[in-house]
Design a protein around this ligand. Structure first.
Ligand code: ZN
Length: 178
């Protein structure tokens, strides 16, 4: 259902101020492989992020962009270390500003997109930044993905909340081989 508008790649560059003055709507996909900082955090760099950007002028007369960036990304499960696919969705709502000073004067509800120069700018770094803010801090399967017996190898183990990934990892690493 969302496939139709996203069958094209998102342009790499554009002039956000001009887009805002003209009310441009951009929709397209960005390959995960083109987002180096996202790529560093995922297990597989195949896949795409769907990006939808509406440029315009806010009620206060500010140049703004609103939209979303969303995709199913493959992370390493912190419990079983296998691949786990999780949806990541970023809501984008940014005001186009020239200086840090302008950024500070924005209402709390708006984040700045700092664009000191006129003309074209790279669009992917903004998309990437917004996605990074929406990444899960830890990734897990939502089912019990490791064998409980493996964890309690021999010694009686106090029942522990399985939600703590580091505890589980510690047990796995520390399980005696003898
Ligand atoms: Zn898992």
């Amino acid at each position: 259902m969302f496939s139709a508008p996203f069958d094209k790649p998102l342009p790499r560059q554009g002039d956000p101020r001009k887009f805002a003055q003209q009310g441009v709507h951009l929709a397209g996909y960005v390959p995960v492989s083109q987002l180096p900082r996202v790529r560093d955090l995922v297990l597989e760099e195949e896949g795409q992020v769907r990006v939808d950007l509406m440029f315009g002028i806010s009620e206060e007369g500010k140049l703004v962009v609103q939209g979303s960036a969303a995709g199913d990304l493959v992370f390493t499960c912190q419990r079983c270390l296998g691949p786990v696919t999780l949806p990541v969705e970023a809501d984008i709502g940014l005001a186009l500003v020239r200086t840090e000073m302008d950024a500070k004067q924005l209402p709390r509800s708006m984040d700045p997109w700092l664009l000191p120069e006129e003309g074209n700018t790279e669009l992917f770094p903004m998309v990437e930044e917004e996605l990074l803010l929406s990444m899960p801090s830890v990734a897990f399967h939502d089912h019990p993905c490791i064998d409980e017996d493996l964890l309690s190898s021999g010694e009686p183990v106090e029942p522990e909340p399985a939600e703590n990934p580091f505890q589980v990892l510690k047990q796995l690493k520390g399980s005696p081989k003898k």
